[in-house]
Design a protein around this ligand. Structure first.
Ligand SMILES: CC(=O)CC(=O)SCCNC(=O)CCNC(=O)[C@H](O)C(C)(C)COP(=O)(O)OP(=O)(O)OC[C@H]1O[C@@H](n2cnc3c(N)ncnc32)[C@H](O)[C@@H]1OP(=O)(O)O
Length: 442
């Protein structure tokens, strides 16, 4: 019996900013962002969009595109680091939104007996949900699980993370009928607790606030959307963890140079060129190349063999990321969709080919695993049209972008949007304070 991904869908934010507009306004050389990091556009959510609406869109599309009976979904596990609540899972919001739309066809509360939860470990939370759900279907081969990766990657204005912002969701159906890709049960894992990128509770004092009411506490702790991070240190942690997880994978599988057999290497991509920039270390050690000094490291990155290797095994997975930006938990899944979509468009035959995955989550953990493309993969990919879909977004100018970022817009840029949207947040009733209400526009 085989296990893996039976079907997949995605959703990207409805707005985008041209990266050159950001470069110009921030005084950054556009070539650094485009040619150095591989950034072209940055996906950005409209006022009514958040991690819950992204997840709901990706879930509904999955169910509709592949005619899934929602009553047959035993669990919906959502990986996110953009949770809307520290107790009530974002998955419960997404589930409720989709239930409402499905009500006419399937009756009330179609997910009544579905196990729903969020999993959080920065960008690797959805890989953890996938790992866990694969274990679940291995133990219960007649059951199906949905994994959703959904995030909004927001950084402080004018920070070094700003140009890597993005967002969106990918949903996958996990089962014993892996029509897209069969996933083997060997998981290279590496973990170390570090502070490379995190979202702690932040302290604010009454004296820091303008117009604080009389009875406001002297000091409060709040979560913010924007992380605390050290960019170059986070790169180093990423590189260290994937190296450790890759060697763990080699140890448990006994495979020699496994990456050579991988048709594609699918990375967590915080920005498009990250995977190819950090893999030089593993590549050097696997090929006996010296990697001590910065000059030696540059020489590997610029070598003809390495450039050929990137063009063959990584480049296609980067293309969606260049158009969307960081999707945190969803980035690694979108990198897979990107590579498979391009192979599909180019009429390539992938059946039986092995694909390697290198996941990373700050804080920090990496998982390295592999899968094999199934015979039916083209029937699954036929529903996506990833790059055409990206053309349906609305461009925004820099001024609108900054207002959205600062939450200064009252109304959506696309007021007549279709699909799920945040309608209101309760700020009056003390027993519902902060509750979020969504609707669906046909
Ligand atoms: C957050 C997650 O999702 C989890 C993770 O993966 S952690 C690892 C990633 N960390 C993050 O994404 C944190 C947020 N991001 C950041 O802090 C930063 O954007 C970053 C650290 C990722 C990048 O930092 P940066 O200082 O902007 O870029 P830098 O590392 O100097 O790289 C710029 C590249 O552009 C190149 N470049 C610069 N100017 C150029 C030009 N004019 N033309 C062409 N290339 C140029 C540089 O040579 C360099 O490329 P190479 O090293 O490959 O040669």
């Amino acid at each position: 019996m085989t296990f893996g991904i039976e079907a997949a869908s995605y959703y990207v934010p409805s707005l985008y900013l041209e990266i050159n507009d950001l470069a110009e306004k921030r005084g950054i050389e556009p070539a650094k962002l485009e040619k150095g990091l591989g950034l072209h556009r940055m996906g950005f959510p409209d006022v009514h969009e958040d991690a819950a609406t992204f997840a709901a869109e990706a879930l509904l599309k999955l169910i509709k595109d592949y005619n899934i009976n929602p009553k047959e979904i035993s669990r919906i596990y959502l990986g996110t680091e953009s949770a809307l609540d520290a107790a009530k899972p974002t998955a419960s919001y997404a589930m409720q939104m989709v239930e409402k739309v499905l009500e006419a066809e399937f009756g009330e509360r179609v997910f009544r007996n579905c196990d729903v939860v969020d999993m959080t470990f920065a960008c690797i939370g959805a890989v953890d949900a996938l790992h866990n759900s694969l274990d679940f279907v291995r133990a219960n081969p007649e059951k199906k699980a949905v994994v959703i990766a959904s995030d909004y990657a927001k950084y402080e204005l004018a920070s070094s993370g700003e140009y890597t912002q993005g967002g969106g969701a990918v949903s996958v159906l996990v089962s014993s009928k892996p029509d897209l890709i069969e996933i083997e049960n060997h998981w290279g894992v590496a973990t170390e607790s570090v502070f490379d990128f995190f979202k702690p509770r932040r302290h604010f004092k009454k004296e820091d606030l303008t117009n604080a009411p009389e009875n406001f506490p002297e000091k409060i702790e709040v979560f913010t959307d924007e992380p605390v991070f050290d960019g170059q240190y986070s790169n180093q942690c990423y590189q260290d963890r994937i190296r450790e997880a890759y060697y763990h994978y080699k140890e448990i599988t006994g495979k020699d140079k496994p990456y050579e057999n991988w048709k594609y290497l699918i990375f967590h991509l915080p920005y498009a060129f990250h995977g190819k920039r950090v893999f030089t270390e593993i590549y050097s050690s696997e090929n006996g190349l010296s990697y001590e000094t910065p000059e030696e490291q540059k020489a590997v990155a610029k070598s003809e063999d390495y450039i050929q290797f990137i063009n063959d095994k990584i480049e296609k997975s980067q293309r969606a990321s260049s158009e969307i930006g960081n999707m945190y938990t969803a980035s690694i899944f979108m990198a897979l969709l990107s590579a498979l979509q391009i192979s599909f468009n180019e009429n390539e035959e992938l059946t039986g080919q092995e694909i390697g995955f290198l996941g990373y989550g700050s804080g920090s953990k990496s998982k390295v695993f592999a899968g094999r493309v199934s015979e039916n993969w083209k029937n699954v990919v036929a529903k996506w049209d990833v790059f055409e879909g990206l053309k349906n977004r609305t461009a925004i100018d820099f001024e609108t972008y900054e207002k959205l970022h600062r939450k200064q817009l009252e109304h959506s840029v696309n007021e007549n949007y279709k699909g799920f949207g945040l309608k209101s947040v309760e700020w009056e009733n003390p027993v519902l304070l902060g509750a979020r209400y969504y609707d669906y526009q046909d």
